[in-house]
Ligand binder design. Structure first.
Ligand code: FPP
Length: 232
């Protein structure tokens, strides 16, 4: 039988700080090493025929981290993206950044916009980076947008209609969600979108999560029996 490949894989990249601390390094070094894992996993996902890979890079709650770490992370993301953009274009990777972009500041937002525009023609895989994102924020902004567009009221709104107001409009719900570093929770991530998602938790810290680990997660997914609440 052919291996079942998830159409959309999403990852909560966790454990960068602990990876660095275990090596007597500064936490931010863990983020630097984490970028190497991002590169490896984007490549592996494209090779496997995954259509959408999404990464939880920065949550709304992450803004409360020390100022130095936040600005290091933002700079790292923009510089990594700029460094990778040539290879993304070459490999057919389309990049999309989703989240509360108003909080990012004009400079970062402009850099991200330019990356989205330059990779817009990518046909092989869509890489979604969730930045300044949280699931509750997404649901609330969707409710407000829907209400503003329907002054007559929302009583006729269906689940499908509602999905179109989320920042993930047009993107299929994740089939597989991986969380690294041994934590087993959703942490305000894709709350609406993960209703029927399969979860794979691994103790491996994100900087150590490379191609072999990604393949292991895909294998675990392939063995799952997805019923979507129905009887088979
Ligand atoms: C979680 O580890 C990781 C983050 C909050 C940041 C993840 C971001 C990157 C790897 C850079 C992404 C770059 C691109 C190009 C998308 P943690 O700091 O929470 O680790 P800890 O739980 O051990 O403290």
């Amino acid at each position: 039988m052919e291996k079942r490949i998830p159409r959309h894989v999403s990852i909560i990249m966790d454990g960068n700080g602990r990876w660095a601390q275990a090596r007597g390094k500064r936490r931010v070094q863990g983020h630097v090493e984490g970028v190497e894992s991002v590169r490896a996993v984007v490549e592996a996902a494209a090779e496997e025929g995954v259509e959408y890979l999404s990464l939880y890079a920065f949550s709304e709650e992450n803004w409360t981290r020390p100022k130095e770490e936040v600005s290091f992370l933002m700079d790292l993301m923009v510089s990594s993206i700029e460094k990778e953009i040539g290879s993304f274009i070459e490999k057919g990777v389309k990049c999309v950044v989703l989240g509360n972009r108003a909080r990012l500041g004009e400079k970062i937002d402009a850099a991200l916009r330019s990356m989205e525009e330059r990779t817009a023609g990518g046909k092989r895989i869509t890489l979604i980076v969730f930045l300044s994102y949280s699931g509750r924020w997404d649901i609330l902004q969707a409710v407000k947008k829907a209400a503003a567009e329907h002054p007559e009221g929302l009583s006729a709104l269906t689940q499908e209609d509602f999905s179109e107001y989320l920042v993930t409009a047009g993107i299929p719900d994740p089939d597989l969600l991986i969380r690294t570093s041994g934590e087993q929770r959703i942490s305000n991530y894709l709350l609406w979108q993960s209703a029927y998602t399969e979860f794979v938790f691994t103790d491996v810290l994100w900087p150590d999560f490379r191609k072999a680990e990604f393949h292991k997660a895909l294998e675990e997914y392939a063995g799952r029996d997805r019923r979507f609440g129905k009887v088979k």
